[in-house]
Design a protein around this ligand. Structure first.
Ligand SMILES: [Zn+2]
Ligand SMILES: [Zn+2]
Length: 569
């Protein structure tokens, strides 16, 4: 990652450049799309906070470990979401934040219900000494001295802390109107401005409430107890109120009026996903608290993605009339009409067009396209799985000091994307397996959050893998020689050994009813053969070779079939 975008200074790998730009003058799409999106960079965080983000002392390390909890202790809004904890059960490796259904941010009354201890924004209206006491009591697993440092940073530098405190003062001074409320609303004209960051006073002007429903985008502040109120993701304070440690100065987030230039065409506004893409790039001259967030960064990404998806869905729900005409003509609907027991159709029917990625029509269309390719080219020749490897050099070198690859799902995805495209290019253009005429692939994310790709390759007549010799030339299912192929040997040892499962590990994910569903260990075989369905049985010689993998001796029966050339890459 050593080339910077000429427009926004985001750091890139060479392979990320636009394919039509030159190596001497590269341009990039994912950061700012050649300068079409211009957003002020993040301001430097307060020095005391930056010390916690960068420091190597025990206090800083503990802070980074529990950053998401510290953030929760200072968030103004609470997160409403059903978290799926099952993904973290009985599993090694770092925790994953997975959600189900809708995600939203909520704010409640500025005063706690009688008898309850204050939380979230309520803590900002107390005297610092009392607020700290509550925070320490609510977060007994966090360090009091760190809570103290963070609280004084918030009170000094975070504009919303001051805004909430003064709103509460104003509200409580209105003695005989317990129903009084105030609204945080972006000041008119702020949105269109670019070049500098709007301040909190501009994105959140306090207006007296008038009892009406008001603009749905307002954030409502009141002191009387009542239900939690949902905050619109279109409010520029949506992200800074939920992630005060990522945006300590209250830097405003996405709103619907950020201009997005399209050269030669009418300008539009930037979508939330475009905006977030811009934000999650490392840049020369920008200190990104976001990329240093670790598990909090993961939450921020899930949050922004959920908001993006909710926006898309609500657009589709509101535009059903326009969409329908175009919808009911396609092949995917003819196929789908057979499926009479679709649970999605109970209740009000909302049709997701095939352009909605991940929806049933999209899946159906992709599936039908793939089947058409398979019908035309007859037989699939190669079925290749490519798994993201968090130890890839590109990822390791791009990590910020002290980070592990799991702190940076952004880097894993970007490097994976680059790798699979270079592999597809090599297969289809260089022809490492012979002349490839077509390929079809799907990308899935495993439980640990790592992506992998299943790729089907179709070769032309003379290059089709028909005989056992053809197959042996492309695929191997045995240990490489550690002396003549050291790199490949290490890769196979690390990534191409199945299990451990069976007696050694009865709770392995592949185990069902006491048996390995992938049929490992495979029997030893002296030569490659094809069964009556044309499936190969790879040669797995019983040559006495066995190597220690994680304390267990592993022989050729456990090696996952692989292509030596691609595996060594
Ligand atoms: Zn850029
Ligand atoms: Zn198994």
């Amino acid at each position: 990652m050593n080339i910077s975008c000429p427009s926004c200074l985001a750091l890139h790998w060479r392979d990320e450049k636009h394919t039509n730009s030159t190596t001497a003058n590269p341009t990039f799409g994912n950061c700012c799309n050649s300068g079409n999106l211009s957003i002020p960079l993040l301001p430097n965080p307060p020095a005391a906070l930056q010390r916690l983000y960068d420091g190597n002392d025990t206090q800083s390390r503990e802070f980074r470990q529990n950053l998401w909890k510290y953030n929760r202790a200072f968030a103004f809004t609470s997160l409403g979401v059903a978290e799926d904890h099952s993904v973290n059960l009985g599993r090694r490796g770092p925790p994953v934040f997975r959600i189900q259904g809708e995600l939203f941010h909520r704010s409640g009354s500025l005063l706690p219900d009688p008898g309850r201890s204050p939380t979230y924004s309520q803590l900002y209206i107390y005297e610092p000494r009392n607020a700290l006491e509550y925070r320490i009591r609510n977060n007994s697993d966090l360090r009091p001295d760190t809570l103290n440092v963070l609280q004084s940073i918030m009170n000094t530098d975070n504009p919303y802390a001051q805004l909430y405190a003064s709103a509460s003062q104003i509200l409580s001074s209105i003695r005989n109107a317990p129903d009084a409320e105030m609204r945080l609303r972006p000041a008119p004209g702020v949105h269109r401005r670019s070049g500098s960051l709007p301040t909190a006073d501009e994105v959140a002007v306090i207006l007296p409430g008038n009892g009406s429903e008001g603009d749905f985008r307002d954030i409502i502040l009141r002191t009387r107890p009542g239900p939690l109120h949902r905050i619109s993701e279109m409010h520029p304070a949506y992200a800074p109120l939920q992630y005060p440690l990522l945006f300590p100065l209250g830097t405003s987030g996405w709103h619907p009026d950020i201009p997005y230039v399209r050269p030669g065409k009418r300008s539009v506004t930037a979508t939330l996903s475009r905006y977030t893409q811009f934000r999650i790039h490392e840049r020369l001259g920008e200190y990104s608290t976001i990329l240093r967030g670790g598990r909090l960064f993961q939450r921020y990404l899930v949050d922004m993605w959920a908001a993006t998806d909710q926006q898309r869905l609500s657009f589709l729900r509101k535009n059903q009339g326009v969409l329908r005409a175009a919808l009911y003509s396609g092949l995917e609907d003819a196929v789908e009409a057979d499926d009479t027991a679709d649970l999605n159709e109970i209740g009000q029917r909302v049709v997701l067009p095939s352009s909605y990625v991940g929806g049933p029509r999209h899946m159906q269309q992709q599936f039908q396209d793939s089947m058409a390719v398979a019908r035309f080219f007859r037989k699939v020749d190669l079925f290749i799985t490519i798994t993201a490897n968090p130890d890839w050099r590109e990822i390791q070198e791009a990590l910020l000091p002290g980070q592990t690859s799991y702190d940076r799902p952004d880097l894993i995805s970007r490097v994976f994307h680059m790798k699979i495209h270079s592999i597809i290019k090599e297969i289809s253009e260089t022809g490492i397996f012979g002349k490839a005429v077509a390929h079809v692939y799907t990308i899935e994310f495993q439980k640990r959050g790592l992506p992998h790709m299943h790729l089907l390759i179709f070769l032309t007549g003379p290059d089709k893998l028909l005989t056992p010799d053809d197959i042996d030339s492309a695929i191997r299912a045995r240990w490489p020689d550690p002396v003549s192929e050291p790199l490949l040997f290490e890769t196979v040892k690390r990534c191409m050994v199945h299990g451990p499962c069976g007696i050694a590990n009865p709770s392995a994910p592949c185990m069902e009813n006491g048996k390995c569903t992938k049929n490992y260990p495979k029997p030893f075989t002296a030569f490659t053969s094809l069964d009556e369905h044309g499936y190969p049985k790879y040669i797995r010689p019983n040559d006495g070779r066995s190597y220690d993998v994680g304390g267990i001796p592993v022989d050729n029966r456990w090696i996952v079939p692989h292509n030596p050339y691609l595996s060594a890459k």
